[in-house]
Design a protein around this ligand. Structure first.
Ligand code: GLA
Length: 372
């Protein structure tokens, strides 16, 4: 990009959430895994104080001085990597003593599919910079930096799940994260031994979390917590729901009920997985989808069709995954069913006149790492 040789290469994966949707910003539980689709950042040293970012996806680069970094000084795709540099400074890094860098980015995480291509980019850059500049941040702090960049610089009011999955994920495992204290347990999934696959069905219905739907759900959760007298919905139990129903309007109540029951489903999923293995978690995935469709109202007809088709053709469980309003569904199924569910879903989408979905398996994989 600038002729400077790369001094190192780092990568970070996208993620698929197995269960625990819209619980992260309510201080609840999530259970995502990192996937085998990664964003790769090559870093070259500079003699001056410029940060220059380029990507294989676009014939352009963006350059900014470290002294000019501010939330509103960048926009578009460069807000993710440059936002992370700003966020590292906000979290205490002394950026006055570092030299600039060139960052060149490539990725095979599909964009807009609900697989957190943005978190993959943020986390690859965050890990590259903390190691190159020797800033000393641990992985939970890097996740915070990614989230801060996304919230303040990009302007999407998202939680901490995606960055945590990208930084903490591991092979054939998922990250059981308590978003209140950020305690993370890496739980083996044992999909390989069980002969199971995770099938992602990208509906190609575009979504973005910088616009209304996602923020409106956050606001409903905050309003529900306020009305119930708790700091976050994490503090509401399933047994509190009858009382909550009397205190809240119907829509707010259903938003609250999704979050409260979803937290329970995450705990039940982890417990079931540990006691009975991955083949037994299907009903919890199915119930999560119904809760998002009926109570949280973040599904779309394409996601419902993907889930129903997978279920009708023998999937162990299926649900939409990620923030909703488009993006992808995920199905857990035995390996032999992958081509059958794929064909059936393509046919069902064609019959309804929907866009042809993009369907592929993902493998739970290692989190962010240095490649060389
Ligand atoms: C998006 C956000 C996450 C989380 C999910 C919904 O992926 O980035 O923080 O809120 O939606 O579970």
């Amino acid at each position: 990009m600038s002729g400077h040789p790369a001094v190192g290469v780092w990568s970070a994966p996208g993620r698929v959430n197995l269960i625990g949707e819209h619980t992260d910003y309510n201080e609840g539980f999530v259970f995502p895994c990192a996937i085998d689709r990664r964003t790769v950042v090559a870093l070259a040293d500079r003699a001056d104080r410029a940060i220059r970012v380029g990507t294989a996806c676009r014939d352009e680069h963006v350059e900014l001085s470290l002294d000019a970094l501010a939330p509103n000084s960048v926009s578009g795709w460069a807000a993710y990597p440059l936002g992370v540099v700003w966020a590292l400074g906000e979290l205490g890094a002394d950026l006055s003593r570092v030299r600039g860098v060139d960052l060149f980015i490539t990725s095979d995480v599909p964009i807009g599919a609900g697989l957190s291509s943005s978190a993959a980019l943020e986390c690859a850059v965050a890990l590259a910079l903390t190691e190159h500049w020797q800033l000393g941040f641990d992985r939970p702090a890097l996740a915070q930096a990614g989230r801060l960049a996304e919230n303040v610089v990009v302007g999407a009011p998202t939680g901490i799940m995606d960055q945590s999955a990208s930084l903490l994920g591991d092979t054939d495992a998922a990250v059981f994260l308590d978003c209140r204290n950020l305690h993370a347990d890496i739980v083996p999934l044992n999909l390989r031994a069980a002969g199971l696959s995770l099938l992602v069905i990208d509906t190609r219905v575009e979504h973005t979390h910088t616009t209304n739907g996602y923020a409106a759900r956050r606001e409903a959760c905050d309003a529900g917590a306020l009305a119930l007298g708790v700091t976050s919905l994490r503090d509401i139990r399933v047994s509190d729901l009858p009382r909550a129903q009397k205190m809240l309007d119907d829509k707010t109540f259903r938003r609250v009920r999704h979050v409260v029951t979803e937290n329970e489903r995450v705990l039940a999923t982890v417990r079931t997985l540990r006691e009975q293995g991955p083949g037994a978690i299907g009903p919890l995935l199915d119930a999560s989808h119904l809760s998002m469709r009926n109570d949280f109202e973040i599904s779309v007809p394409e996601l419902d069709l993907a889930v129903e088709t997978a279920q009708a053709h023998g999937a162990i469980g299926a649900r939409m995954t990620g923030g909703g309003f488009g993006g992808a569904a995920v199905a857990l199924l035995i390996n032999d069913l992958v081509p059958i569910v794929t064909r059936a879903t393509e046919t069902a989408f064609a019959q309804r006149g929907f866009h042809t979905p993009v369907i592929f398996t993902v493998v739970p994989s290692r989190g962010a790492q240095r490649e060389r």
